[in-house]
Design a protein around this ligand. Structure first.
Ligand code: FAD
Length: 216
C-alpha cells in the first residue's frame, strides 16, 4: 500500500509499505462494479495497523516514484487488453453479421452493417500497431512515457468505440447480460479510467509537447 507519511511534503511524503495478509487492523470490502467482473475492486479500511520498519518498500518518501516505475508497463498492459477487446468485438460482430438474417438476407449484406464491421477492424488494427510500437520503444530502454500515454489513450478510447459498434451489430441481443458484446462494452468502460484517465493522458502528452503543464 501507499500512504502519506508526511503531508507537508506532498508527493515526496508518500511511502510504500508491505502490509502482511492477515496482519489484522484492516478490513477489505469488495465493491460490486460494472466492468471486469473477474477481478474485484475493494475498499480497504486501516485502523491501528502496525507495520514493521522492515516492511517499508524502497525509501521513506519515495513511494510515488516507486509506483511510477511501473506506470509505463501498466499503461501498455491496458492497451494490450483494449486491443484484445477490439479483436474480440471484431470476431463476435462479424460472426453475428454473417449468421443473422433480416429482411431476407444476412446482416453482413447491408452496407451500413459492413461499415460498423469495417470501422471495428480499422480500430483493432490501429490499436495493435500503436501499442506494439510503444512496447518496442519501452523494450529498447528509451524514455517511452509519452508513447505509452498515447498508446493508453488511443487504445482505451478505441476499445469503447468498437464495443459500442459491436453492441450495435447485435441489436437488442447485444444489450442482454451474457452476450459477448455486452461484456466487452462493460469491460471497455474501465479502460479510459484506470492507470490514469484519458484526460490525464492528454495532459501528459500536452505537457511533453508544449513544455507547459495544465494538470494543476
Ligand atoms: C476497475 C478499476 C481498477 C483499478 N485498479 C487500481 C489499482 O489497482 N491501483 C490503483 O492505485 N488504482 C486503481 N484504480 C483507480 C484508478 O487509477 C483511478 O480511478 C483513476 O486514476 C481516476 O481517479 P479517480 O477515480 O479518483 O477520479 P478523479 O481523480 O476524481 O477524476 C474524476 C474526473 O475528473 C478528471 N480530472 C481529475 N483531475 C483532473 C485534472 N487535473 N485535469 C483534468 N481532468 C481531471 C478525470 O480525468 C476524471 O474524468 C482502478 C480503477 C478502476 C475503475
Amino acid at each position: 500500500m501507499l500512504a502519506t507519511t508526511d503531508p507537508g511534503l506532498g508527493a515526496r511524503g508518500i511511502t510504500a509499505f508491505l502490509v502482511e495478509y492477515g496482519a489484522g487492523g484492516y478490513r477489505v470490502m469488495a465493491r460490486p462494479q460494472l466492468p471486469v467482473r473477474a477481478a474485484s475492486c475493494c475498499d480497504v479500511l486501516f485502523d491501528g495497523v502496525v507495520v514493521p520498519a522492515g516492511n517499508v518498500l524502497g525509501d521513506v518518501g519515495r513511494g510515488l516514484s516507486l509506483a511510477m516505475r511501473a506506470i509505463n508497463s501498466g499503461r501498455l498492459n491496458v492497451s494490450a487488453g483494449c486491443t484484445g477487446i477490439a479483436q474480440a468485438a471484431l470476431e463476435a460482430a462479424s460472426a453475428h453479421a454473417v449468421s443473422r438474417t433480416q429482411f431476407g438476407k444476412p446482416l453482413a449484406g447491408f452496407q451500413l452493417v459492413q461499415q460498423l464491421i469495417a470501422d471495428i477492424a480499422v480500430q483493432a488494427n490501429a490499436a495493435r500497431q500503436v501499442y506494439q510500437a510503444a512496447a518496442r520503444l519501452l523494450d529498447s530502454g528509451a524514455d517511452a512515457r509519452v508513447e505509452c500515454s498515447m498508446s493508453k489513450y488511443f487504445c482505451s478510447e478505441a476499445a469503447n468505440q468498437v464495443a459500442t459498434r459491436a453492441v450495435q451489430v447485435f441489436g437488442a441481443a447485444g444489450l442482454m447480460e451474457g452476450n459477448v458484446a455486452e461484456r466487452l462494452f462493460r469491460d471497455a468502460r474501465e479502460a479510459t479510467i484506470g492507470e490514469g484517465t484519458s484526460q490525464m493522458q492528454v495532459l501528459q502528452i500536452g505537457t511533453a509537447l508544449l513544455g507547459v503543464s495544465a494538470v494543476r
